[in-house]
Design a protein around this ligand. Sequence first.
Ligand code: ARG
Length: 822
Amino acid sequence: MSSPSCEMDKDWDTSVQFLPASDNKKLEKKKGPGKVGAVIGVVIFLAVIALMTGLLVWHFHFRKDVRVKRMYSGSIRIINQVFEDAYENSSSSEFKALANQVTSQLKVIYSKSPQLAKYYVGSTVQAFSEGSVIAYYLSEFRVPVGQEAAVDNAMSSMDKLVDKARRSFHTPGNALVFEDVMSSGRAKTQTTDISLDTRLLSTSFSDSFKFSEHARTDHIGQIQSPGFPDSPYPSNTFLQWELRADPNHVIKLEFDTMNLEANCKNDFVKIYDSLVAIERRIMEELCGYYSPSSPLTFMSSGNVMLVTMATNDKKNYPGFRAKVSQVPRGSKALTCNGHLTGERGTFSSPNFPNYYPPQTRCEWSITVDPGKVVKVTFRKFLLSKSGLENSKDCWKDYVEVNGKKVCGEQPDRTVTETSKTNTMSVVFFSDASYVGRGFDAEFEAIDSNDPCPDQFQCRNQRCIKKELQCDGWNDCGEMSDELNCKCSSKDISCKNGLCKPMFWKCDGVDDCGDGTDEENCGCQAGQMKCKNNKCVSEKNQCDGRDDCGDGSDELNCGRVASGVTCTDLTYRCKNNKCISKVNPECDGTRDCEDGSDEENCDCGRSMFKTSRIVGGQDADEGEFPWQVSLHVKNSGHVCGASIISPRWLVTAAHCVQDDGRTRSYPTPTTTNTPTTMNDIALMELDGPVTYSDHIRPVCLPAAQHDFPAGNTVWITGWGATREGGFAAPVLQKAQVRIINDSVCNNLMGGQITSRMLCAGVLSGGIDACQGDSGGPLSNPSGNRMFLAGVVSWGDGCARRNKPGIYTRVTKFRGWINEKTGV
Ligand code: ARG
């Protein structure tokens, strides 16, 4: 800590000496030529005046002509035409004839609005589809700077203009009759600008392509990004795929690969429930990586769909591939209404666990035996979150039960409702834009007088096992099972009224929340507590003798240069002398005589200033530059790993074990007990990686490095974001704490060895999971991160009382050095 500021002081000194020298020269010059100075002053003054005049003239004469290109997409239904197959082909004469008619009528429509008429450039019809005929078009305007909002507004009330135009058509005989006009623009309810996505207007696209695919009952189509799977997709390219199905069918788009850059600002795929890129009809925007084992399937509401892809000049990835098929309207996969009866049953949103179609309404009515009531529990609840950011009411997609609307994403089994009578209706609604994976629910008939037979009823109506009441865990989700408790003798009675398991006492973590469980953990007054829990007199501390028996009373004694007796806990310098300071490596202070504790310290830092893993959040780009995703050919991501040098990675042994078959992405099993006691592996790269802002190594801790219980550590990975769930497309990060070894061993049924390290949140909810294996457990120390552990195993994921188990890297420090030289 003190040495970096010393270095800074040195730099500063140099510059202080430098400045007066140059100042002196300036002063010398200034003394002489007074008149020349005055002349220069006048010249500069005149020049400024001239420049200002020029600017003013430019501003008033030309500036109002600065116009920006503004594109709007839209669709319009033509009710007095019949769809012909030739309309699918934009080079047919039939297409061209109808397109001409549409564009000339659009011109008439825009002429009814003074704002639009002035700036209108022209329109092009992009496509037609059935119903009677729907035309999809783009209209271009050149709008003076500052007038954009007015034009947006005019565009969003285009339906009124169409009415106006219709009334004034004097030759109704051959005119097209328009209905259901929809255009991008700024609607009153929308807070975001929805003219065409500005990323698409960028002039940097060097290429753009349009493909079409018509799925039929006997034909399943396929679309893919250019070059897939042999080469990465091209840069600066805009691509569109128009997908169609026969009338009375919907499109099913099924991705088997989706592997794009993680930042949607650079490269993205968008899926629309339309044939033109209109944001009011967007179903989803995709970027980053989706594991092939998590299904990614979309359904349209009509018989058309549009997929667009845009790439910029940075980094290109493998891309995507998807199947295009058609599903008859009213087929089983899509019907969602129903009358449900019986003691219990299940129902789910259409296409679950895949994305539900937009513009869908379902209603289930459930009836149970008279005298009983209906209880519905949502096992999964994943409706689209888009558009809900700034509003609490469910104005987009929602489920309505008992007149109560629920929306967004909710934790498993936390949404439950009970009816007052023996019937209940559940409504599911999806609006025109953004879709989600939907819900999966169960219902049961219950006795209204005893809604939780032999169970405890939470305030939120959940039923939990009686034993879970007052056990120290928040099982209800709103704490009602942990209030007003009389703690048993097996429990700590926290001062705040909670009961916590006795084995949490003195584990270094404040489990009560008010510190009760960590009080009176020490030794008697005048004594210190050793690492091995022995109590020794404080006088014995740093007296040069090992009184604890593990050397812990001789740590951090400040005796440096001469060195101390080496123990398991002291740091051994390169010259084999030992120092008593705890974790001296790379802490910015030179502690070893030979400076070896500060060698090889270009590690553990991200180059950016920043502040699933289950219960995590998206990591920032470059925040964990040592995190690696290990891929197996044809199955994508399988495990994590960490960079420790340009040539070497550390991962878990079970990630690289060849079980005879090609290893597939770890399937979500509940328990995966340790396959090996030494779950660590080193991987040597074919060639060295070049470090950059996004690629750097993590620090390896010395064998004696102490990671005490209670330390906050980071876990990161692309693994499942819930037990049995799907992989994360964006790297997830979460904070957990190191857990006391003996507490952990008790919780895990005695399976913990000294080569393992436990970390987690004992109340559950945050943990590594399938697919995170091999990845880092990063412990911040000073301004660096040290590799404390390697994701290894667990009992399920994020379960209460079941921490994640990591390979303890310090135990393998010597071996790592021996094999890699790092
Ligand atoms: N073994 C798992 C994998 O292969 C990682 C398990 C980690 N589990 C946990 N609950 N922390 O990806």
